[in-house]
Write a protein that binds this ligand. Structure first.
Ligand code: GLU
Length: 301
């Protein structure tokens, strides 16, 4: 049997309930999967055990269902997949080294602005040739090529051509954190490949991370998915909506009408889909072709 031509996913971190920002990412990935008659998987990214909020995973899944977004197959939790990350680490071994630097030491040495104007800490390479004297191993870092620098480029289906010098703009990056937790970059790459993901649709706050993920895919001999990064919803202060910036969760007790009018239709308008609908079913009937027309207008299909 041929592999399905399109497998997409939504990969929320269970740090709180779904809010307008995460709904936009969920909706865009769902619309793109439906437009392409593909599968849509849900993966709970709970590797950062300090940030997980008990019950948030179930709340997110319940909100997706209430919004009429039905996933294919079983939901997976990253904390149940840590053996896969161990295997990947073993395959990367010759490019990995222990680092004893604290975040503050790195921040004091170098910070740069990334693709979206986010401040990015660039690792200065202190422990690359061995732990500096007096340091104890904390995180595990992946070497980035030094000479020549490694430039990673890709064509994003929404943002267009993206290019990042990972040597200068990121530096050797963490794949297992000082607290022993797996880094997002490694876990996401391993899982996207293990689940056969062909298309990643997510918020542009992750545009900066994609070149690192492409590089990891290359080292691990994994296929590169296609990427589409949608704009992120900002609050009145221009910050990305998140639990930390006070994003409002939807009221899971809200009526279907309020879910539609106060959450789904505004999320669709944010994506540039000026649709009208009185029911959740009618919403998706209108939204999928509208997403297709939007991509066609932008030459992004
Ligand atoms: N878990 C990440 C987040 O919630 C998203 C990861 C991804 O889509 O690659 O921000």
């Amino acid at each position: 049997m041929n592999a399905p031509a399109y497998i997409g996913r939504f990969a929320p971190s269970p740090t709180g309930p779904l809010h307008m920002g995460s709904l936009v990412a969920a909706m865009a990935s769902y619309l793109d999967a439906k437009l392409h008659h593909g599968q849509w998987l849900v993966r709970i990214e709970d590797v950062d055990k300090d940030r997980n909020v008990p019950g948030a995973d179930r709340e997110i899944l319940a909100s997706l269902e209430r919004c009429g977004m039905r996933w294919d197959g079983e939901v997976v939790w990253q904390t149940q997949r840590e053996a896969l990350y161990d295997e990947a680490l073993a395959r990367l071994a010759q490019n990995v080294y222990p680092c004893g630097c604290s975040r503050k030491e790195i921040a004091d040495s170098q910070t740069r602005l990334g693709q979206n104007g986010n401040a990015m800490l660039v690792y200065p390479g202190t422990c690359r040739e061995g732990l500096a004297p007096g340091k104890t191993p904390r995180a595990l870092r992946l070497r980035t090529p030094q000479q020549p620098h490694r430039i990673i480029s890709f064509d994003d289906r929404w943002a267009g051509h993206v290019s990042q010098d990972i040597t200068a703009e990121v530096g050797d990056f963490v794949i297992r954190r000082a607290d022993g937790y797996w880094a997002y970059q490694l876990a996401v790459v391993v899982d996207d490949a293990a689940q056969g993901i062909t298309d990643i649709v997510r918020g542009a706050d992750l545009l900066d991370s994609t070149p690192r993920q492409l590089y990891l895919q290359e080292l691990l001999g994994l296929p590169h998915p296609r990427y589409l990064h949608v704009p992120v919803v900002l609050n009145a202060d221009g910050e990305k909506l998140s639990k930390q910036t006070g994003a409002q969760a939807f009221d899971t007790g809200a009526s279907a009408a309020s879910l539609l009018n106060d959450a789904m239709l505004p999320a669709a308008r944010f994506l540039g889909l000026p649709i009208e609908a009185q029911t959740v079913e009618a919403f998706w009937r209108a939204a999928v072709p509208a997403w297709g027309r939007l991509l066609e207008r932008q030459g992004q299909v």
